[in-house]
Design a protein around this ligand. Structure first.
Ligand SMILES: [Zn+2]
Length: 235
């Protein structure tokens, strides 16, 4: 969802915008005339384009068009829409409703099954050595012996590590994306293999038995991978 441009434009005070942009305005009756901001209209005498107090836009009689605050800012400063909108936002006193707060996205996570499917081990163990001993004893919680130590007993504190502990969010997402692509490729290959087998087999029982189970399983896993990919795109 984009920022709330509509409300920003509606609530704009065009006189304030004109002043802020230091556009010369000439009063005639109840109207203020400015040079037309339209780049397609070379308006030198400022007799066509005007606004009145309380308006949120200017109107050019020659162009037959009204220009709202963001247009006026864009044309005058030569900036893009987003920059002009931010300019207007600041001019309006930085109202909090402008920025869409929906950007607080939920963190992307994989379920245990999903992680297994794409070959990511969600949690690993880190062994942090604490004590070397000759004899084995019953270890307190969170402690294990390091299995690869052969001559003695190395007591370790065991810490769970997750991908997120040593990858940034963006790196983690990139890894997941790659794993998804690999898995999808593998599954698609299997699927087309099963399909070609099914086509080639004469035996109906095999075709509709085991083989169709394999195929269904492939399709199900593919669907799961697609589900992850979809969430990745939103992350
Ligand atoms: Zn004009």
């Amino acid at each position: 969802m984009p920022n709330n441009y509509q409300r920003l434009k509606e609530e704009a005070d065009i006189a304030m915008v004109v002043n802020s942009l230091q556009i010369p305005a000439t009063r005639r009756g109840s109207a203020w005339f400015i040079p037309c901001p339209n780049p397609g209209h070379s308006d030198e005498h400022a007799t066509n384009c005007y606004y009145k107090d309380g308006w949120n836009n200017v109107y050019c009689c020659a162009c037959g068009k009204s220009f709202q605050a963001i247009d006026l800012i864009m044309y005058t400063l030569g900036c893009d829409y987003g920059e002009a909108a931010d300019y207007l936002w600041e001019l309006e006193g930085c109202p909090s409703w402008y920025h869409n707060r929906k950007q607080k996205k939920e963190r992307f996570t994989l379920t245990r099954e999903e992680a297994k499917l794409i070959g990511m081990h969600p949690v690993g163990k880190a062994y942090l050595p604490e004590r070397m001993a000759d004899q084995k004893r019953k270890l307190p919680g969170g402690r294990e012996y390091y299995q690869k130590e052969l001559d003695s007993y190395l007591e370790c504190r065991v810490e769970r590590v997750r991908w997120q502990d040593f990858l940034t969010e963006a790196q983690y997402l990139a890894v997941v994306r790659n794993k998804c692509r690999e898995t999808r490729q593998r599954l698609e290959e299997s699927l087309s293999y099963f399909q070609s087998l099914e086509g080639a087999l004469e035996d109906r029982d095999v075709r509709e038995g085991t083989l169709s189970l394999f195929r269904a399983s492939c399709e199900e896993q593919l669907k799961a991978v697609e589900g992850i990919t979809k969430r990745l795109k939103a992350a």
